[in-house]
Design a protein around this ligand. Sequence first.
Ligand code: PMP
Length: 368
Amino acid sequence: MVRMSERVWNFSAGPAALPLTVLGEIRAELPALPGAGVSVFEISHRSRRFEDIIGEAEHNLRELLGIPVGYRVLFAQGGASLQFSMVPMNLLRGAGAPAAYVVTGSWGTRAVAEARKEGEATVAWDGADIGFTSVPDLRGLDGIADGAYLHVTSNETIQGVEFPADFEPQDGPPLVCDASSDLLSRTVQVERYGLLYAGAQKNAGPAGVTLVVIRDDLLERVPDGLPAMLDYRTYARSGSMYNTPPVFAIYVLMLVTRWLRDDIGGLEQMHERNRGKAALLYGALDASDGFYRGHALPEARSLMNVTFRLPTEELETAFVEGARDHGLVELKGHRSVGGIRASIYNAMPLEGVEALRAFMDEFRAAHW
Ligand code: PMP
């Protein structure tokens, strides 16, 4: 039995809350995985049972995201941070044209810094001057047409700014997206991308596996001579099994994608739920008479990470402590933004967000 009485509402930015039903399944199957008779930690990645697991993980992802033929699904390690390097190694080295980066927050800043170790990368739009509070319209960017690729971060986890749905241009250079903190939270038009990548530990599972979805023709651009583990083609040729993949993380990802499909009903339904949850918290900000000040401009508000300040740092500390006493944890904002950050990924139920909303209203009434 999962001891519910000890569980709190976890607003961590990642690794983040997992669906309770998935935790229950892991627990039930842990001593003896059906069909294997041993735990998932103890099976060979070359076993039939694991082939089924990784096969279902890919199948579920293809179904949920509508990944068309002509795209490969790769399971890598090293987090999104390794993708900051692998993307330019594979797609910029020898491309003969610079890559363009749209920088809407801390993670995009890191991505472009890594790309510049590999080749020429220009910043096509930079939100630093406005404190990373907004996102641009990608269709209005200049000077990117002939670039090796255009890199964006669909949701900046630290600042809480997210591109709106349907932000992807239909033409231009291959779109490369760090979707670490919003992949699987809404539908995406995969066919508008050259490459999508995401660490699993927000919406897809535990840390340790990184998803890469890449269009076949980009694999043809990969230069020879890369270390095998840094070459996308190695993963594509070997079914992500050139070396031992993160077996447990892929197993949990498979269960999470099954939950998304069977329990939630797919990404449209998930998006609807996520919109409802975010609206509750942004509603508290907007009704607070300036007590809670949102970091993101309304048009760039993230459905995943809700970031805001209170009138003083003392009140912010009191908020975090008071929330903890109500069973609402991990609400302290990232040090670079300060204030509060409530991460409300897929697995955070409406009930948890309602509890936070009630606490916000109560706290404001007591202190304003
Ligand atoms: N990009 C984004 C948008 C992130 O949120 C994170 C992690 N918080 C990263 C990249 C880095 O991911 P990892 O720790 O998996 O390398």
